[in-house]
Design a protein around this ligand. Structure first.
Ligand SMILES: Cc1cc2nc3c(=O)[nH]c(=O)nc-3n(C[C@H](O)[C@H](O)[C@H](O)COP(=O)(O)O)c2cc1C
Length: 221
């Protein structure tokens, strides 16, 4: 790979910033948005479990609800071109012996039965003994939510590649938004809202990027 190409890659990571003010006059075209969502779908997950769903919010009513109840999304949810919820499956679905796990590997991924049985044992051992996720169901919920940060990152990187801006949003009370969005029928209690992300076009230039020094964050051993 040429040095120029490498610099182009890094330039995309400088381009991406948490956009505070979106230009409400600019819309992302359908093909670009589908590319961003496809990057989410193709993201890796632990054991390939894909414990997620991505909800593109188009309804004004739901946008108003999010605006009212998310301090982190207040200035973005209406002005952004697209607003996406990243839902994570809860502990009932991601535990090794759940109906979701069985359906996912057997019906969606078409694993042979004996391969699935082995996989289930491996997941059980991992969840119980390697990561101690059964000590508290909250750990399983958090493990599931962690997976959604990979599609989140991939979506933002692909957006930057397409010269589209974004802002990840964790500024909300999970219980409140889960309750409201579930009451509105957006998702059921198999899911929880892990994080959200706005996409669109910046209204003004961002502040220069601030990061810790390279040698401070990267260690070679
Ligand atoms: C998971 C996550 C949640 C975030 N939540 C919010 C948010 O609710 N509102 C907001 O304005 N920025 C939010 N941010 C943006 C960060 O503050 C920002 O990424 C960080 O300060 C680095 O700046 P940069 O992204 O512009 O380089 C979030 C970032 C991440 C990764």
């Amino acid at each position: 790979m040429s040095n120029e190409k490498r610099q182009q890659i890094i330039a995309r990571y400088h381009f991406r910033h948490a956009t505070k003010v979106f230009d409400d006059a600019k819309q992302i075209n359908k093909e670009d948005m589908m590319t961003i969502l496809e990057a989410a779908r193709l993201s890796p997950s632990s054991f390939g479990m894909e414990p997620w769903q991505f909800v593109v919010v188009e309804s004004d009513h739901i946008k108003q609800l999010i605006k009212k109840h998310s301090w982190g999304a207040k200035t973005k949810v209406e002005a952004a071109s697209h607003f996406v919820l990243l839902l994570a499956r809860t502990h009932e679905d991601v535990r090794f012996d759940s109906a979701y796990v069985k359906k996912h590997y057997l019906d969606e991924l078409h694993y042979p039965k004996e391969v699935f049985e082995h996989m289930k044992d491996v997941i059980e051992n991992f969840q119980k003994h390697d990561f101690h996720l059964f000590e508290d169901m909250r750990y399983l919920d958090d493990w599931s939510m962690k997976q959604t940060y990979l599609p989140l990152a991939n979506m933002m990187s692909v957006a930057a590649e397409l010269e589209i801006d974004s802002c990840p949003v964790e500024g909300f009370n999970r219980e409140t938004l889960d309750h409201l969005l579930q009451s509105e029928g957006i998702y059921d209690d198999h899911f929880t809202l892990a994080t959200m992300v706005a996409f669109g076009y910046r209204k003004k230039a961002p502040k220069p990027k601030q990061r810790r020094a390279f040698d401070d964050v990267v260690k070679w051993v």
